[in-house]
Design a protein around this ligand. Structure first.
Ligand SMILES: Nc1ncnc2c1ncn2[C@@H]1O[C@H](COP(=O)(O)OP(=O)(O)O)[C@@H](O)[C@H]1O
Ligand SMILES: [Mg+2]
Length: 261
């Protein structure tokens, strides 16, 4: 039996097809395919495209997918989904597939960041979310990467290039971008600017972690978990090891596919 989870985010939409032995949501399933595509202007179209592509990749016909759960900010308006479930529950369930006993999930996506406290068995007990401001999210890093003309994928390398950082004083994304442009104009080493930007986002996330209370083991999900500079800075400041799923960006969709009954 196949189930599907679709996570419609502000930046990317993911679909995961799971092969399940039975209808028990706790049973371990097998990921038969997944896709990650840009969401673009229509979350409805992106959701359908991701679902169809994931079916194609898995060589499964759409009719063979028994149940579909939508999650993410665009989850409400997905006509082909049987149900929609919050990202909090889906990320909580998704991390269970990779690690057991996780107590804290840090999820940084394109437009929001969340810290979820779990009971250690995949159920959320508390969470905090910042969805009011782009600072502290993947979008902040995207804007800065563009200004610096550096690929986000290369941010991780800065930790081998410099130990120094330039503090970014603006908390707002728009003002921080102007600050970065002005720093580049002054000829400041880009690696130092990136380090400053990484600590700026990390400090915002840490203030949420402190409010909710840090409990190990810790896992990070969402696209920003692929940014090694952010992960390293978080580990250093929190003083803990952070577990990263093989493909952190699909965690929400994977959890949704598990919760599809
Ligand atoms: N390969 C990568 N390296 C570094 N950062 C990445 C990479 N892929 C995605 N990201 C980051 O992930 C963010 C999108 O995360 P995602 O969880 O997909 O958000 P959403 O749920 O809003 O779609 C981007 O804004 C970007 O900062
Ligand atoms: Mg996404």
């Amino acid at each position: 039996m196949y189930t599907c989870g679709v996570d419609v985010g502000s930046v990317s939409t993911e679909a995961v097809i799971l092969c399940r032995d039975n209808k028990d949501s706790n049973a371990k399933g097998r990921i038969v395919s997944y896709v990650i595509i840009p969401t673009g202007a229509s979350s409805k179209d992106a959701a359908l495209k991701a679902f169809e592509e994931a079916c194609m990749k898995a060589s499964v016909s759409k009719e063979d997918v028994y149940s579909i759960v939508a999650t993410g900010y665009g989850r409400i308006n997905i006509p082909f989904a049987n149900k929609n479930i919050t990202e909090i529950s889906c990320h909580a369930r998704g991390v269970l597939n990779y690690f057991s006993g996780i107590k804290t999930v840090i999820d940084i996506g394109g437009q929001d960041s969340k810290v979820i406290k779990l009971d250690g068995f995949g159920s959320p007990v508390d969470f905090l979310m910042n969805d009011k401001c782009a600072a502290g999210t993947g979008r902040f890093l995207e804007v800065m990467a563009r200004a610096l003309e550096i690929k986000l994928e290369h941010f991780g390398e800065i930790f081998t290039k410099t130990n120094e950082k330039v503090d970014i004083s603006s908390t707002c994304t728009v003002f921080a971008e102007s600050e970065v442009v002005s720093l580049i104009g002054q000829g400041i080493d880009k690696n130092k600017i990136i380090r400053g930007l990484v600590y700026s986002i990390v400090n915002k996330v840490i203030s949420m972690v402190e409010r909710i209370g840090l409990e190990e083991p810790v896992c990070m999900t969402g696209g920003v978990a692929k940014n090694l500079a952010v992960v390293k800075a978080l580990e250093e400041k929190l003083g803990v090891k952070i577990n990263i799923p093989e493909e952190p960006e699909i965690t929400g969709a994977l959890g949704a596919a598990y919760l599809a009954k």
